[in-house]
Design a protein around this ligand. Structure first.
Ligand SMILES: Cc1ncc(COP(=O)(O)O)c(C=O)c1O
Length: 384
């Protein structure tokens, strides 16, 4: 059910991922998958284009041709047993735009706690919103085989809250660590934030990508109804170019306030993106099931390949996402992604995710088995 794209198909389909590398270099950097899209999404988009649905999307809160809100509620109920109230989603252009809108409109003034490493636009969006970032660093020396190691350092979060931070920007599941926070961790964060009159802004774009074998994903908003959720089907279903994400709030009055912001503050959501998002949330469970199984196989292949070719590398078992965070410090190369590029593979540099932390890189495993082998072999050639 998951069809690998050939190199020429991938080059045509993914202009950023494949267009940013010369012929012969394998791109394993940005979070896009080298797989054909889910059939239900292609069919829904083809039908919508056939109807000429190329105009502006309707105002947030009014009836949309694609009911993203209902489709997401169905998905949350089926996959996470989470009962989301009707009409709690507000469409936004993409996840990063949703985070920006939430910082501007919904989060209390004050510095924003940002755990490191982080998806690089987290740092940018906090700066663009005119907020100070208060960083909490993940310890790279934690035991990689201990599933409980790698939880957010709540003592460090508390120090920032005591110093005046009022928002915690959470990535759940975590990119690039690939870890899924446990319920007890989420509850502890909720209690800490409540005690300081602060708020969690949570990005759950990788939530459907919790891999088989893990405990069920716990949506943060189901634990802390006072939080702000931003999510999208875009990472899981490979539709980020269509621009549709959602801000989900539990308070209808706050939702109404968010929907009333000037168009200039929230304008990027596309009708076709919502069509794709609704088809993803509502009609693509079987494809998603196959995708997760495939990614589990790729994650296991990566472990074996790394053990064989890069025995000094450290890598956590991947719990979620198709993005593996490699600790390559033992090879003594500050920027492994830079070295890999000279050997024909583009990884995402660790410095982009955690400035100042040498010897790390993020590797995108959502590709063919053959490419995955070549990626690791080329990385090994670059480092050894
Ligand atoms: C944690 C996280 N948030 C947001 C995004 C981007 O989402 P969007 O393209 O909808 O802004 C990504 C992309 O990789 C991501 O990893």
């Amino acid at each position: 059910m998951i069809r690998d794209l050939t190199d020429s198909e991938a080059r045509a389909a993914l202009p950023l991922k494949w267009g940013a590398v010369p012929e012969g270099t394998i791109p394993a950097w940005v979070a896009e998958m080298d797989f054909a899209p889910a059939p239900a999404i292609t069919a829904a988009l083809t039908a919508a284009v056939g109807r000429g649905m190329l105009g502006y999307s309707a105002f947030p809160g009014t009836a949309q041709p694609a009911d993203l809100d209902a489709a997401f509620r169905g998905f949350a109920e089926r996959h996470w047993g989470w009962d989301v109230a009707p009409d709690s989603s507000t469409p936004v252009g993409d996840v990063v735009a949703g985070l920006r809108l939430a910082l501007d409109e919904l989060c209390p003034p004050g510095p924003v706690v940002v755990p490191l490493p982080c998806y690089p636009p987290f740092r940018d969006v906090v700066a663009l919103a005119g907020r100070e970032a208060a960083y909490v660093e993940h310890d790279p020396d934690l035991d990689h085989d201990d599933p409980d190691a790698g939880a957010l350092d709540l003592a460090a979060v508390e120090r920032h809250l005591e110093a005046g931070a009022r928002t915690v920007l959470l990535c759940h599941p975590h990119n690039p660590l690939g870890r899924v926070a446990r319920r007890a961790e989420l509850e502890a964060l909720r209690d800490l934030v409540a005690a300081h009159g602060a708020r969690v802004l949570v990005d759950e774009v990788h939530a459907p990508l919790v891999l088989p074998g893990q405990d069920r994903f716990v949506p943060y908003l189901s634990v802390d109804p006072g939080a702000v959720l931003v999510t999208s089907a875009s990472k899981t279903f490979g539709t980020p170019g269509l621009h549709a994400a959602q801000v989900v709030l539990t308070d209808p009055e706050e939702t109404a306030r968010l929907r009333a912001v000037p168009i200039a503050a929230n304008h990027g959501h596309s009708g076709l993106g919502m069509v794709a998002g609704a088809a993803a949330w509502r009609d693509s469970d079987l494809w998603l099931h196959a995708l997760r199984s495939r990614l589990r196989v790729n994650a296991e292949d990566l472990r074996d390949l790394v053990a064989q070719h890069l025995p000094k590398a450290r890598l956590r078992p991947l719990e979620a996402t198709y993005l593996a965070w490699l600790d390559l410090r033992a090879y003594g190369v500050a920027d492994p992604a830079g070295a890999a590029l000279e050997h024909g593979v583009r990884l995402a540099p660790g410095h982009d995710y955690h400035p100042g932390l040498d010897g790390h890189a993020r590797l995108n495993i959502a590709t063919s088995e053959k490419r995955l082998v070549q990626i690791v072999e080329r990385l090994a050639a670059a480092l050894t």
